[in-house]
Design a protein around this ligand. Structure first.
Ligand code: CA
Length: 231
């Protein structure tokens, strides 16, 4: 498999065809497989640029594929599945998926998620920069690979959402994120969630990582717009 390829693992032919069609039109080189065992065999030989992974598959399911992939690679993975429960979504992200799309979905949305994931840390985007290496900012350290956050040499407990929020901001320093963009990137678009949720999570995150949460050093509010990370 060519390193610029996207591997789509999907057993539903109509879904596989649509995903392949849209990604090909967007300029990607796409290979679709419909069986978990075939996907594993393929991934043992070569690593694609990104994997779009269905969870319910014949022979070997998507979770098993993801855990095998993560044992030896940081290749971006977008989970594509009919499971829409929040707990499944969190489990997917905790297992190391980069994004999560629930069916039914819009193919254009999938294409934009693929672009976004590749932009914010696809392994082939910056080969010399390991996306799993520890990120250091004064008294704050983040290790994305083991989801460890250290503030002032103390390990901090973050929920999955808090961690994902922090990582998104940190990987895009100084970029201003609106609440709706954060909702889209961290919570996903498929369910309506009150934008106030972002405010609540942001407050908790600041309480955990900032020396003085009312005068945050790292996560700054851009009034009327959203938030940005100041490295
Ligand atoms: Ca399936």
């Amino acid at each position: 498999m060519n390193a610029n390829r996207i591997l789509v693992v999907e057993d539903e032919p109509s879904v596989g065809e649509v995903v392949s069609l849209y990604l090909t039109r967007a300029g990607y080189d796409v290979v679709t497989v419909n069986d978990g065992r075939v996907a594993i065999e393929m991934l043992e030989k070569e690593t694609p640029q990104l994997i779009v992974l269905d969870l319910m598959l014949p022979h070997v399911d998507g979770r098993e594929i993801l855990s095998r992939v993560r044992q030896r690679s940081h290749v971006p993975v977008i989970i594509l599945t009919a499971l829409r429960e929040e707990s499944d979504r969190i489990a997917g992200l905790e297992m190391g998926a980069d994004d999560y799309i629930t069916k039914p979905f819009s193919p254009q949305e999938l294409v934009s998620r693929v672009k976004a994931v590749l932009r914010r840390g696809g392994t082939n985007v910056a080969a010399e920069e390991d996306p799993m290496q520890t990120l250091k900012f004064q008294d704050l350290q983040i290790n994305p690979g083991i989801r460890l956050v250290v503030v002032n040499q103390k390990e901090i407990d973050l929920t999955a959402k808090e961690f994902n929020l922090l990582l998104l901001l940190v990987r895009n320093p100084k970029k201003v994120f609106s609440r709706s963009l954060l909702l889209e990137q961290v919570w996903g678009l498929s369910d309506y969630i009150d934008p106030g949720t972002v405010t609540v999570h942001m407050r908790r995150l600041r309480e955990k990582i900032e020396q003085d949460p009312s005068h945050p050093r790292y996560i700054q509010t851009v009034w009327g717009v959203g938030y940005r990370f100041e490295p």
